[in-house]
Design a protein around this ligand. Structure first.
Ligand code: ADP
Ligand code: ZN
Ligand code: ZN
Length: 726
């Protein structure tokens, strides 16, 4: 090799062996570690990241780097270390980890040029009567402004779903007036913390180095106020704060709680354009953004001087990426806080068993708030035995009576159901045939308006069958209750009462959701019916009744995490009741009121439930007691997927044997078995579960799988700490 070449190591976004040697000419500066480079790869060019400039035994015949895109590192050392760690922990190629970490504009080679953010424009409501009375969006806009009761910034209006062309139109109509303002709007002062809040705030604030706190605060206990008061001194020291929130909780209401208290709040979520994302990323890196509120992937944002990380609703499943690089953002915050040597605050009313186990082992410090803030009381809990009751669209007479009472007392009612659509099953009354998806092993859900059968797994839509495919009968009966059916029933039972259905079908746009939420926040008696979109994060002061239409399914699922998840959902949705002066009631319908899990939750609350559940997991040798990984494989031909996992199993058993000289040792390998949803979009899916005694052992075994040669029709992946078994 020519001596005037300098060989470097580059990670490229390719699945196989993603680290390669390249060289730069002696006449060029050696790129910085972390810089993006354009390099030839196969017959194409890719953008990779320089990960080392000192190569001990360089390959011969290295190819030349085509272009160095960054004079400095694009990925700072801290994030590069994190990427290396993730590559090892999640058994994922480094180049692809880096591609996940970088905003996609950066991955595609965009310049790192910070464009000055547009000057904040402030919109003042001038003349509501100038809006057309029949234009729905114009009226929604007026309502939005009236509710805000103060000028609103352009970006806030945009995120509430009012686009720029519409704002300009309203401006010409004379409804609103736009003023450019550089003065920061007056910020709210902190509330007087309750003694429990104060204790939590003090514990975190006096900690100056790495420590993880688990704040277990009942619903409505004012966890957000704790976050805000913990953030204040960190920001005063000139440091930045990262706040992670669950996907569906990143509403304008949530954002406003932070923006009303601090200047320099930025936001990062999947709804941003590539350029917006890159700009936010750059402005966090430069220190311009002081507080970043973001969903899962915001955990990869670089900061100039990070002083604190907060994870709200740390138990939430949206922190786990379920495809590609299957990382847990919550777990990664621990890594980041550790390497930045700063405190980490995880908050939840229903902490994950993982975090509670870490408290038990002394790794996390437990902070508790047992009382609601502002004098609100915890709601009462009762179960309605559905057995033997006549049901109307899933509602028992008892529940209907209770709903009527609450509406009469001018309360708002929230009804939770875990199914969207009209009915989850269409059944032949004659032979029991059920309408299923052509491409999945899944029952189709009946939807109305438009009337069709929808697969919730692959999204295929089908016309309603006129007759049974099996016996030809025409008596097809919708079984079970989805949100559409509940809505229809409630409209019949309570004519004239405003009814809001909130699920993925009614809230396609943030505009739709926000205008519904605004009407609800006006406080008049109404009924809301919805899926988990309603269950999380919202603060509805006027809700006095929360009803869970059916609590059973969750407790019956074979997934070992199902009881934990079900309990969390019930407690979260229940937590929407009685959050202000008026006490709340929670009523839960069940066909199995004697279910011990449900009974424990009702009688003793989440903490006690979680402790019992944790004990039984530890006894059963399941996570979080022992580490688990899942190998998933899918192919159109079931045999291909199955055989691959059988080979993996054979290989793993061999590994264990050579290590321990016993056939199974302390490792459990279960499967391969069909996945709970055994076929999705025509692909057969299998899984192999691996439970090890220790992390190092788990990782040794997973690493030994390496990169086997597989048929191109096979898709397979390793999921470390899988969240669900689907
Ligand atoms: P959580 O997130 O714990 O469910 P929130 O942060 O939504 O609870 O707080 C519930 C309500 O209590 C909010 O309206 C909040 O403004 C109010 N609140 C929080 N802390 C206090 C306090 N110290 N004094 C009075 N009201 C408070
Ligand atoms: Zn039939
Ligand atoms: Zn399907």
């Amino acid at each position: 090799m020519a001596s005037n070449h300098h060989v470097i190591q580059v990670a490229v976004p390719r699945p196989l062996h993603s680290v390669y040697d390249y060289h730069v000419d002696g006449s060029t500066d050696v790129p910085k570690v972390g810089a993006r480079l354009r390099v030839p790869f196969g017959r194409s060019e890719v953008i990779g990241v320089c990960i080392s400039t000192t190569v001990d035994t360089p390959h011969d015949n290295t190819k030349a780097v085509l272009e160095i895109l960054d004079a400095d590192a694009a990925i700072a050392e801290e994030l590069l270390d994190l990427a290396q760690w993730m590559s090892g922990y999640y058994h994922y190629p480094l180049g692809e980890v880096l591609a996940t970490i970088l905003p996609s504009a950066a991955r595609k080679g965009s310049d790192f040029e910070i464009k000055p953010p547009p000057p904040p424009d402030l919109w003042h409501l001038l003349d509501p009567s100038a809006a057309s009375p029949r234009a729905k969006t114009q009226q929604a806009f007026v309502q939005h402004m009236q509710l805000a009761g103060a000028p609103v910034t352009g970006p806030d209006l945009e995120s509430a779903g009012f686009n720029r062309p519409m704002l300009r139109k309203l401006e010409t109509l004379g409804v609103v007036e736009r003023k450019h303002s550089t003065d920061s709007t007056a910020l709210d002062p902190p509330l007087t913390a309750t003694p429990e809040q104060a204790q939590a705030i003090e514990a975190v604030t006096k900690t100056k180095q790495f420590a993880t706190f688990l704040l277990e605060g009942v619903t409505g206990s004012g966890k957000t106020e704790v976050y805000l008061q913990v953030m204040a001194p960190v920001l005063e020291q000139g440091k930045q704060v990262l706040v992670l929130v669950p996907e569906i909780a990143l509403t304008p209401q949530t954002l406003a709680r932070f923006e009303n208290r601090f200047a320099g709040v930025g936001i990062m979520h999947s709804g941003l354009t590539d350029q917006q994302r890159l700009q936010t990323w750059l402005r966090c890196r430069s220190g311009d953004i002081r507080v970043l509120i973001g969903t899962r992937s915001a955990v990869f944002t670089p900061f100039a001087d990070l002083g604190l990380i907060i994870v709200d609703e740390e138990h939430d499943s949206s922190y786990k990426q379920q495809e590609g690089l299957r990382y847990s953002a919550r777990d990664l915050t621990v890594k980041r806080a550790q390497s930045a040597n700063i405190p980490l605050l995880l908050g939840s009313a229903t902490p994950s068993l993982e975090s509670l186990y870490n408290v038990q082992r002394g790794r996390y410090r437990h902070l508790e708030i047992t009382q609601r803030a502002g004098g609100a009381l915890m709601p009462s809990f009762d179960v309605i035995d559905m057995r033997g009751q006549s049901l109307r669209g899933g509602f028992s007479d008892t529940l209907i009576r209770i709903i009527r009472q609450h509406l009469a007392a001018t309360g708002q009612v929230l009804i939770y159901l875990n199914r969207r659509g009209f009915a989850p099953t269409l059944l032949c009354q004659s032979c029991g045939w059920q309408c299923v998806c052509s491409d999945c092993d899944a029952k189709l859900t009946l939807h109305r308006r438009p009337e069709q059968m929808v697969c919730h797994h692959c999204s295929l839509r089908f016309a309603l069958p006129e007759r049974c495919e099996h016996c030809g009968h025409t008596d097809l009966l919708p079984i079970g209750v989805g949100t559409q059916r509940a809505e229809e029933t409630l409209a019949e039972l309570f004519p004239g009462v405003p009814l809001y259905r909130i699920d993925r079908d009614t809230t396609r746009t943030t505009n739709q959701l926000n205008s519904q939420l605004e009407q609800i926040h006006q406080g008049r008696p109404c009924i809301m019916v919805g899926t988990q979109m309603l269950a999380k994060g919202h603060h509805f002061p006027q809700v006095t009744l929360v009803a869970v239409v059916n609590a059973d399914a969750g407790f019956l699922s074979p997934d070992f995490r199902a009881p934990e998840r079900t309990a969390q959902l019930i407690v979260q949705v229940a937590g929407r009741a009685g959050r202000a002066e008026r006490p709340g009631q929670v009523w839960i319908q069940s066909h199995q009121p004697e279910n011990p899990l449900l009974k424990r939750l009702m009688a003793h609350g989440y903490s006690s439930f979680a402790q019992a559940e944790l004990n039984s997991r530890l006894d059963a040798g399941l996570p979080p007691g022992q580490p688990m990984a899942m190998l998933r494989a899918e192919a159109f031909d079931p045999q291909i997927a199955l055989e691959f996992l059988q080979q993996c199993k054979g290989h793993l058993l061999n590994q264990v044997k050579t290590k321990n000289n016993t056939p199974h040792g302390d490792v459990q390998i279960m499967g391969p078995i069909p996945a709970p949803m055994a076929r999705v979009a025509k692909r057969a899916r299998f899984q192999l579960i691996l439970i090890a005694e220790s992390r190092p052992q788990l990782h040794r075994l997973l690493a030994s799988i390496g990169q086997p040669k597989t048929p191109s029709s096979l898709r397979w992946s390793i999921d470390v700490d899988p969240y669900d078994a689907m």
